[in-house]
Ligand binder design. Sequence first.
Ligand code: LER
Ligand code: MN
Length: 278
Amino acid sequence: MGKWNYGISCAEVTPMTAPLPLEGDLYDCMEKAASYGYQGVEFHTRESYKFDLEKIKSIGETSGAKICCIASGRLYTQGGHGLLDENAESEKAAISGMHQYIDMASDIGADVVIGWAKGTVPPQGDRKIYLDRLAENLRKLDAYAGQKGTRLLLEVINHYETNIFNMAEETLAFIEKHRLENCYIHLDTYHMNMEEFNPYQAIRICGRKLGYFHVADNSRRYPGSGQLDFKRVFETLDEMGYDGWVTVECLLYPDRDTAAQKAICYLKACEQAKYSEK
Ligand code: LER
Ligand code: MN
């Protein structure tokens, strides 16, 4: 067992409504994650954040904890910049912010999540123009990420939150059409449960382009709190040969630490059950 690593989302400051179970100093979050049985954290931060590389190394040596990904959503939610923005200044800021995230990720051997930072097509906007602009910008970032040895993980998010890349198939088609070699699909069980006709088939559709995986239950509370079939999710990931990260991104119910602990216990039990049946 143990084909994939377990991660948990964290940020130094998080709104109570955000699905980021760990909050506080990054290095404390890494240690706490490891003490609960996770192999690493996904870190949500601004593009200007400066890592203490020595500290990351020493925590890695003592607890084994890594930073698997840097999530770039705050470039959009706090900075207001998206990669498909019509406003040239904003588009420029989004591209330069993304270069900073890629540099940061490259320094620590992590990947970059691009979810919200894609931006959204405005209600009266011509979809083709916005998507062409996104493709053009992602092509340049894809090449830069390749040079820096970092992958870009395009998150598939439900249609209440964004109006592009709501399904795995659409996201894969975009990646293939624009030959984005270093872009991978990032699925999230919470979004898949809302959007995909068949979530297991969505995992299969991604094939080798599945690059990252978020888990929460159907209500976005911790895995095991609701009705999703994680054993079947794991069977499908296994069938596809997925060996990346499975990261908990769930609401703070009943509280941060309980959610983080219950999630990892449940996921490991599902993984165990899957293997012991074979
Ligand atoms: C957005 O709902 C989401 O799933 C996050 O991973 C983006 O930060
Ligand atoms: Mn997610």
